[in-house]
Ligand binder design. Sequence first.
Ligand code: NDP
Length: 281
Amino acid sequence: MGQIIDGKMMAQGIRDEVAKGVKELQRKMGITPKLSVVLVGGDAGSQVYVRNKEKACAEVGITSETIRLDASIKEKDLIGVVNKLNEDSKVHGILVQLPLPKGLSELNVLNNIDPKKDVDGLHPVNMGKLLKGEGPYFLPCTPQGVMEMLLSTGVEIKGKNAVVVGRSNIVGKPMAIMLLEKHATVTICHSRTNDLPAECRRGDILVAAVGRPKMIKGNWIKPGAIVIDVGMNRLDTGLVGDVDFEEAKEVASYITPVPKGVGPMTIAMLLKNTLTAAGRA
Ligand code: NDP
């Protein structure tokens, strides 16, 4: 049976480190890191995520504020809010909670965040720097958390076949680039991939970021592979990943559970990025 990579425990370790870093920054520079979260509309999932982020910030001593805006806000007014935060020297990190309501362009809004405050790592400047391997920059939180989980296994990534299922800008694409940076041979799969089970079976490292409950079966997994499940699918029975955990854990060498896997690591990375932003400021 595969070893479980305990995301909740790992995330707690990172939060403790961030809390220490915050205290040090306060002592040495008199700066308290501040994260501003912009939440537009009343999407239930987003409300939960934002509350979790607020709680996590409070725990490590990061000041956070959530700016709640009506779904009917005009794009130019939303961009105005972002620009005000860009100019506010007390704000070190800005996060616009996605998805935005219909009619608002995520691209336009995200592109207006100051890249130095883009703690979500989604601004084209940060994405471009990641692609070119040019620092310093912010890495998107979820794939950054996944890399920490992979490294925690002690298994060398260099030369391994890594298969990423999903090609979103938030997870799949940056994930693939980060694995490439660590010298994996990377395959990116998506909804038009011809034989997905066969592609998955080639992965010494398999990262699932699809959004389809338990899609990846045990017999899609190469024996001994490291399996990272980014998926978060809310069913009546609870939260499940994209991987059929019960089947997969019998085949994998290491596997992340859902919940208590990648989710807590994503938030821990957001806190880390916010501390970094404040330190750089
Ligand atoms: P998107 O919907 O943006 O992307 C999903 C990707 O999966 C797309 O590239 C899509 O392909 C691909 N896909 C969809 N169906 C199939 C299929 N049948 N076979 C192969 N590929 C398929 O999702 P996100 O990347 O934003 O999120 C993915 C999952 O991760 C979700 O469950 C989300 O909730 C979760 N998530 C979890 C986070 C965490 O902290 N744990 C953070 C962010 C996301 P195509 O491009 O061709 O359409």
